[in-house]
Design a protein. Sequence first.
Length: 105
Amino acid sequence: MGLEVDDDDVEELVEEHSKELSTEELLELHKEENETLKRSLTSEESGEEEEDKEESHIIPAKDLKDAFFCWSKLSKLAEDYHPDVGSVQKAISVFNDNVMNYFWK
């Protein structure tokens, strides 16, 4: 394929990733992630085979404990510092219902 990367390419990549996103860009990113999540959940609901595969995985208790602890800290941080409390509570609720609920069973 003959792809070459030079110092300018690396600098450009580093520069792009070091820029802070504006509120509008963050909101757009959030919107895109929600749409992706909705599509993902819709496709998973239609395939019960995936549920059988997921049930066969055994997750170590320590990993679950770590995940619950991290989620607790992250959701608390978002609730405490994010300016749009309603959106945060909605996002936390969606994540709890669609992701964390699986691990709480």
